[in-house]
Design a protein around this ligand. Sequence first.
Ligand code: HEC
Ligand code: HEC
Length: 359
Amino acid sequence: MPAEYALGVQLEFVAEPEAQAILARTLMPSQELDTLAIKHAGELYTKYCALCHGDERQGYAADNAPSLRSKSLLATSMNNNFMRYTIQFGRANTAMAGYLKAQGGPLDYIEIELLLEYLKQTAGVTEAIDVSREPVIGDIPRGEGLYNQNCATCHGVKGEGVSAPALANPMLLATATDHFLRYAIAEGRDGTPMIAFKDSLSDNDIDALTAFLRTRASGWDIPRLDTVRVPTPDEYILNPDSEAPEFKLRAGRYVSAEQVNQALADGKRMVILDARSEVAWRQMHIPGAAPVPYYEDPENFIDDIPNDGTQIVIYCACPHAASERVQSTLKRYGYENTAIIDEGILVWAQMGFPVRNGT
Ligand code: HEC
Ligand code: HEC
């Protein structure tokens, strides 16, 4: 695998495809929507989305928003979180905002599930196209040349998006697998300016393009990579000689990213735990955070975490599933001051708060 492959990528989706796919399914309405639900979802669509994506979901009503009815998009995103996360969290630095209530948007999880189901049903898409979750290996320099010749006019010389989606966007690349991108390049997006490049480029060319796009996963300006080392338990308490932060919690358990960032800047005493896998921790974490994956057996970590009232902050990517699992374990063992970062690390990074990208 080329070293560039994992550069600073927030690849929750690629790193934990099975867990993510299961999470994706737990919220899905189990049956076809009835006419009342379709009507309600249609009203949500008209109110919140039609402005840019068009009355008929055709796209390009404003801000070059893509089509939301191409079968190519809908079928390849049925078995994963690509569209779900885009709607929940948005794409930073594009016109696509996050719509989830927890992000300050107007929609709750169920309404977003309704919208997803509505988009699929109204486009008549019933069969998922299951794209592989394996990496695509290709000749990266060759991909760069091909990109400049064939793609830059619409997608931008630096992948910033001119008349088409910004391909260098970290949120796009964090939620799209290699084969998802490859499928879009090879097959195009029906009914949109994105043509099928399998007609003019070879399989090798398309692999090269995909591999090149993956190297841009942290934007065109790739961040510096640090060699990171998992902290040892005696390093868990940050600023041990300082005082505890005073957090205002939402619903008794969630703390805003803003408050945690401030507490870090002020050098407050606390422990920060990353509830994702160690792979995800390596790719990007909050400085000082220790990985305690949600699937880990408590006896493997509980003795390492101070149980003396120290403020413990836990985060995952999103929504709160993984961090809630770790928090309830800690509560069961009698820990008193625990809080979950409400927005999760993807949004933390989008807000420009400090992260470390590692290898
Ligand atoms: C004529 C303009 C144009 C050119 C040239 C073009 N694209 Fe696109 N591309 C688009 C548009 C527009 C979309 C969004 C289509 C839609 O509405 O879903 C898109 C979508 C995509 C997507 C899916 C992104 C997403 O958010 O789902 C990928 C990946 C992609 N293009 C890659 C490429 C690559 C690689 C090339 C060069 C080989 C290329 N495109 C050339 C216009 C273009
Ligand atoms: C202000 C304009 C605007 C509004 C309103 C808007 N979007 Fe978007 N949306 C965009 C743009 C622009 C993009 C492409 C961003 C990029 O990657 O460059 C996008 C991308 C998307 C994508 C990803 C599609 C793809 O091919 O990558 C989905 C899904 C989506 N929007 C759904 C929605 C839904 C559902 C709503 C309503 C709840 C909505 N959007 C409201 C502008 C908008």
